[in-house]
Write a protein that binds this ligand. Sequence first.
Ligand code: CTP
Length: 417
Amino acid sequence: MQRLFNKRILLGVTGSVAAYKSAELVRRLRDAGAEVRVVMTEGATEFVTPLTFQALSGHPVHRHLLDAETEAAMGHISLARWADTILVAPASANFLARLAQGRADDLLSAICLAGDVPLAVAPAMNQQMWVDAATQANARALQSRGVLMFGPAAGEQACGEVGPGRMQEPEQLVQQLDEIFESGSLSGRTVVITAGPTREAIDPVRFLSNHSSGKMGYAIAAAAVEAGAKVILISGPTALPVPERVELVQVVSAQQMRDAVMARLVSAEMLIATAAVADYRPVQSATKKLKKDNESLTLELTRNPDILAEAKRHHPQVFCVGFAAETEALVEHARTKLVAKGVEMIAANLVGPSAVEARGVFGNDENALHVVWAEGELSLPLASKARLARDLVALIAERYTNWRPERAPRGKVIKLR
Ligand code: CTP
C-alpha cells in the first residue's frame, strides 16, 4: 500500500450511519502515509462529531462554504487544488443526487465540482434506496463522468434489512484508493537532500561562502517528491521557493548542516548530497565586527566535516549519492571520490572556465551530469535542471532497487588530501 505515501486525500463525509466507519478510514489512510483533510456535510455531523475527525486527521474539519474565516484560511477552491484525490465515504443517496446534478451549494459538493482530480464515492444507504431507479440513474451518470464507485457492499444493514447498500470496509476503501495512484519509483522512501552553499562566519556581518544557487538540489527534491518520496531538504541560504511537500530544514554553516543530516538519516533510506559545503571555516568567528585596523588580515581556517563521508560511515544502511564539481578528468576524479567517501553513486559535472563559458553552471538553469557507480556509469546530457533531476532520480531509484547494504562494494578507503 505504498502508493498512498505522501499523498493528499480529501475525505468527504456525508450523512449516513456508516460515518462512524470513516473514523477508522482516516486512521488507516494516515497509517499508509497519506495526509488527510476531512470535509463534513451538516448531515454527517449528526452522526459523528467534527472533533473526532479533527483528532484523527490532525487538522480542523472543514464544514462551511460561505464562512469568511474558513475561506480565508483554506477555501473550497484551495481545498480542491490541495487534494490528489477526493473520496466521499460514506456517500448518502442525497449526496449522490446532488453530485449528479452538479450542485455547488454546500462545501463538499462545491469542492467536488471545483476539483480536477480523481473522485471516488463509497455509497452507503438502505438497500431499497440504493436499488431505486433514481439512485441507480444517478450512479450511472456519475460513473459515465468518470466518478469511481467503490461498492456498495451487500449484507446486513444498520436498519435491520439485508441487501446492497452497506459502505465498504475501510480496509477495502484504502486498497482501492491506493490503486488509483501510479507507483512512483521512490514510493514510501524517505530521502534526505542537502542543497545550496554554506556560510562560515568570520564575524557577525561577514562570512566565507560560494556561488552555489541550490537550483540542482531543489530540482532533485521536487523530482523525488514526484517519484513518491518523503523528502527532507536540508538547505543552506538560497533565494529559491521551497518545492511543494518538501520538509525544509534551513541551516547556515557546514556544522549545522552536518548536525541536521545526522539527525535526519536515522529514519531515511537515501541521502543525495548536492550542497556545496564550504571545505573550511575560520578557526574563530569574532563576536564583534572586525575593524580595519591593520593593513593586512590573516584568517586561520580549519577543515569542516565531510558530511557525506561521515554520513556513510555512521549510516551504512543509507544509499548515498554525492556530487562532484570538476574542472578536468571528470570520470577519474568522480571514481576516486566514490571510493574515498564510500558512497554508492557520484554525479559529476564540469565546472571551470570552459564549462562556464559554454553554459555557466552556478545559478544556471541547465546542466549535464556524468554519473558513476561501482559497476557502471552513465552520461545525462545537457538539459534543464528539472529534466536532469528527473532522469537522475530515476537512475538513483533503479540502482537503489538492486542494492543491498551488506553487499555494497567497499573499496579501500583512501585519503583525498
Ligand atoms: N560534501 C559534504 N561535506 C563537505 C564537502 C563535500 O557533504 N564538507 C559533499 C558534497 O555535497 C558533494 C560531495 O561531497 O556531494 C563533493 O565532494 P568534495 O570532495 O567536496 O568534492 P568537490 O567539491 O568537487 O571538492 P574537491 O574536488 O575540491 O575535493
